[in-house]
Design a protein around this ligand. Structure first.
Ligand code: ARG
Length: 273
């Protein structure tokens, strides 16, 4: 029998997809010629928020800004550890203006906000995992930003190199299952350089390894509360592995957001106090 997993209540920050669209292409998923069904996107997003709330999580919202179609991807705006907010400096000029409304929200919620000097995209590439932060580089966030984050947050930052443009942010290739004790993660090894794969195998000998099918279904762009895994319904093999280990997969379909290269985790910023 798998052990019984205990959830921990989370605080999330999200942004309604009122102005969501695919108007430019900054990752291989984005096709400005393929239309987005805006009302379906809205319905899918509201479903996600409802599911978080029924599972006991707190959800705060940032007011969306017209002309910022990717602002719905709240995870990219910052990484918050111990109440300290390490802001973002987006690589794409189209996304740079997103930082201001998010920084303003955090400041009005009483947080200090660090403004980085190097390109970095919040929880897209910084994945807090208990004793350390796993940090992606290769497409967006720079090594220099890893150093800045470690200095500001005072938490060891472990750099990992991403090599597949479809998995351009760390949170498209890896998510945290447990952030206490030894901790554990699920990931898609082929998204990483050989050395980074070795690092992950050393840190997490018992990790859940996902297939390319799971990864392209955005299965690794999941949110886990320690028990429930809010996961894309297309990641069937991964969901089965998780269930075998005592987690409870909760499928939520964000298919309209996949057209922009995002899924559940991208839409969800976690505020860790
Ligand atoms: N279109 C957005 C971009 O390419 C999607 C961001 C997805 N967010 C994430 N955390 N992976 O920047």
């Amino acid at each position: 029998m798998p052990e019984s997993r205990v959830p921990r209540r989370r605080r999330f920050l999200v942004c309604e997809p009122r102005h969501f669209a695919v108007q430019y292409a900054i990752n291989p998923w984005m096709r400005p010629d393929v239309p987005v069904d805006v009302s379906l996107a809205q319905a899918q997003w509201h479903e996600l928020i409802g599911v978080y709330r029924t599972h006991g999580h707190t959800v705060d919202t940032v007011e969306p800004v017209p002309g910022l179609p990717d602002m719905v991807f709240a995870a990219n705006a910052a990484v918050v550890v111990g109440g300290r907010v390490f802001g973002s400096l987006f690589k794409a000029p189209e996304r740079r203006p997103e930082s201001l409304p998010y920084d303003t929200w955090f400041k009005s919620a009483g947080h200090d906000v660090y403004r980085p000097e190097s390109v970095c995209e919040g929880e897209g590439d910084f994945v807090p995992a208990g004793r350390w932060i796993l940090a992606g580089t290769g497409f967006r966030t720079t090594r220099e930003a890893h150093r800045e984050a470690q200095e500001y947050l005072g938490v060891p930052v472990i750099g990992l190199t991403l090599t597949d443009p479809y998995f351009y942010h760390l949170d498209t290739a890896l998510f945290v299952l447990d952030d206490e004790g030894e901790g554990n993660i699920a990931y898609y090894p082929e998204a990483f350089s050989p050395g980074s794969r070795e690092v992950l195998a050393r840190l997490y000998p018992d990790a859940v390894l996902a297939t390319r099918e799971d990864a392209t279904a955005f299965g690794l762009n999941s949110v886990c509360d320690g028990r429930h895994v809010f996961i894309s319904p297309g990641a069937t093999a991964l969901a089965e592995q998780l269930a075998d280990r005592g987690y409870v997969p909760v499928p939520v379909d964000l298919s309209e957001f996949h057209k922009a290269g995002g899924g559940i985790k991208c839409c969800t910023q976690e505020i860790r106090s």
